[in-house]
Design a binder for this molecule. Structure first.
Ligand SMILES: *[C@@H]1O[C@H](CO)[C@@H](O)[C@H](O)[C@H]1NC(C)=O
Ligand SMILES: *[C@@H]1O[C@H](CO)[C@@H](O)[C@H](O)[C@H]1NC(C)=O
Ligand SMILES: *[C@@H]1O[C@H](CO)[C@@H](O)[C@H](O)[C@H]1NC(C)=O
Ligand SMILES: *[C@@H]1O[C@H](CO)[C@@H](O)[C@H](O)[C@H]1NC(C)=O
Ligand SMILES: *[C@@H]1O[C@H](CO)[C@@H](O)[C@H](O)[C@H]1NC(C)=O
Length: 497
């Protein structure tokens, strides 16, 4: 009897102690939470929503969002084969004029490394495009780590910084290499030029080398050049650590810039004045060949970049919590802050170059389009999730780079299917909510950047169009530079014991 009573007392004491602990804990949390929540609305939060505890525990849905797609055991494989030799004796010098924006130039330079190897040339550090649309006077070393480039490819190609003085009077040829050429063209047509010339200048660098059907060691060399040797100059990495200090982040390539909209003829959500301004810019830009564009048709085909507002709906539907840090990889957004207002209200933690660095820090890059693009490129490659609003050169280059880095997550919006839903919302025949989110989840199911083989030409296409329709080498280096990890050898004799 007595023992029973004593036990009751013990239990009661426990209960009281626990209750006191809970009250104390609640009071403590209450004080802390005031910093985060509007004071009238203090509820006991679900522990995982607490900003400070995010790392320790996230909801299942959130874990799913950040999870990489299954890599199916594909890992980078770009080491040369055992029969690979050091570069052959140099037969002459290859000078390269690159062309296009940053991403075209990076691909072109990597291809020219492979070409120099094939024709036994000494490669002179390529000249960046200074005459293109961007009017960028950057030199190679302003964008890339030149010494690293030279040294890391020393077993593949001889690379020098300048043509030797005594070669200035040598016999030179300027040659526009044929687009998407295979190894025979370079080994025969181009290498035979050494009989007459000591210096060959490649007039262009983009798409000169075929995507497919090249020897494996040449393909792997392209990857070593593109993913490894073409490292950015240290100053270009300015923003990476600053963005990472916000925790897990999304890089959003918001290609909603004036040139893009003028070029593509997309006018969704623009005023008639804005649409006119863009049309005039298009008509007045001689290297844009297509002038007469039906904006509605263009959009219905999925050829328009998503608007900032559409991106906001898309992120929300994809389960991106509103407190997620988002890096906007882009130049000036057409329409400025007003056009960003909806996205900004859904996602207050929008970052960009201007928010992560001071005016003085950005000043040295300001007039150099390729350096500005490189700042965004590296933050995008390093992000936890990359989302392009349009599949241009930059989006595809970053996507390929992330595939190479063991399939970091890239969410590619299916614009054609999405704009149909967005139009329904605009017309009021559908509401943002569970139904729409499920539809979007279904549309996006297979668009997370998981491993697949590079796509070949579209059937029925012929000649140059056939090559043009192929997925480009650096957009998806599988199977050439991503191989299946061999499953560990199971030693059966060991297991039986
Ligand atoms: C390049 O050099 C290698 C090794 O010396 C040789 O086998 C090959 O035929 C050369 N190729 C050309 C195109 O000169
Ligand atoms: C690039 O190099 C050239 C020649 O060395 C030099 O005149 C020019 O100023 C350099 N450009 C930049 C942006 O530094
Ligand atoms: C088109 O370009 C020309 C020359 O580049 C310029 O003189 C003209 O003002 C431009 N027109 C418009 C409408 O921008
Ligand atoms: C999406 O937006 C709705 C309505 O504003 C909101 O209730 C929901 O929590 C958002 N989803 C995410 C993942 O933040
Ligand atoms: C398996 O294990 C046995 C003994 O542990 C060893 O002698 C043999 O070489 C191993 N075989 C392989 C294929 O590793």
């Amino acid at each position: 009897m007595q023992r029973k009573r004593r036990r009751t007392v013990v239990v009661v004491r426990y209960v009281i102690t626990c209750a006191l602990c809970m009250i104390a804990l609640f009071a403590l949390l209450h004080v802390h939470l005031k910093a985060f929540l509007p004071s009238e609305f203090i509820k006991l939060p679900e522990p995982c929503k607490l900003p400070t505890l995010d790392v320790a525990c996230g909801s299942l849905e959130e874990d799913n969002l950040w999870k990489r797609p299954p890599n199916r055991d594909y890992v980078p494989c770009f080491e040369p084969s055992s029969s690979y030799t050091s570069p052959g004796e140099s037969r002459g010098y290859l000078l390269v004029n690159t062309n296009g924006g940053l991403n075209q130039m990076r691909a072109g330079i990597s291809d020219m490394v492979a070409v120099a190897r094939i024709i036994n040339a000494t490669l002179v550090i390529p000249e960046l495009d200074k005459s293109s649309f961007w009017q960028d006077t950057s030199n190679f070393s302003d964008v890339f780590d030149e010494d690293y480039f030279v040294n890391s490819l020393s077993n593949d190609v001889k690379i020098i910084k300048k043509l030797p003085k005594e070669m200035e009077t040598a016999a030179k040829a300027v040659k526009l290499f044929r687009s998407w050429s295979g190894i025979d063209y370079y080994q025969e047509d181009i290498a035979s030029m050494w009989e007459e010339y000591q210096v060959i200048r490649a007039a262009k660098s983009d798409s000169r080398l075929a995507n497919n059907n090249l020897p494996p060691d040449i393909q792997k060399l392209r990857c070593r050049a593109f993913y490894e040797a073409l490292r950015f100059a240290p100053q270009i990495e300015l923003l990476v650590d600053r963005m990472k200090s916000y925790g897990r982040y999304i890089a959003l390539h918001l290609r909603y810039e004036k040139d893009m909209l003028a070029f593509s003829g997309c006018t969704q959500d623009l005023s008639p004045e804005e649409a006119d301004e863009l049309r005039i810019l298009r008509e007045n830009t001689s290297h844009w060949k297509v002038k007469d564009i039906d904006p509605m048709e263009q959009r219905a085909k999925g050829l328009c970049p998503l608007t900032p507002k559409e991106v906001g709906m898309f992120l929300n539907a994809s389960g991106v919590p509103s407190n997620t840090p988002i890096y906007i990889a882009a130049g000036d957004i057409y329409g400025g802050d007003a056009r960003m207002a909806d996205l900004q209200s859904r996602y207050p933690l929008l970052m960009n170059k201007g928010k992560l660095a001071s005016v003085e820090e950005l000043e040295p890059f300001a007039n150099y389009a390729s350096q500005m693009a490189a700042l965004d490129y590296i933050v995008s490659v390093e992000s936890d999730i990359f989302i392009p609003s349009y599949s241009g050169n930059m989006a595809r280059a970053v996507e390929g780079h992330r595939r190479f880095l063991e399939h970091r997550k890239t969410i590619s919006p299916d614009r054609k299917a999405l704009v149909r839903l967005f139009d329904k919302i605009k017309q009021g025949t559908m509401k943002e909510g569970k139904n729409m989110w499920n539809r979007i989840a279904e549309i996006q199911k297979r668009r997370k950047g998981s491993p697949r083989k590079r796509k070949g030409p579209i059937s029925g296409t012929k000649g140059m169009d056939r090559f043009r329709s192929e997925e480009a080498f650096y957009v998806n280096p599988l199977p050439d530079c991503l191989c299946r990890k061999e499953s560990p050898i199971v030693n059966s004799s060991f297991i039986i014991k």
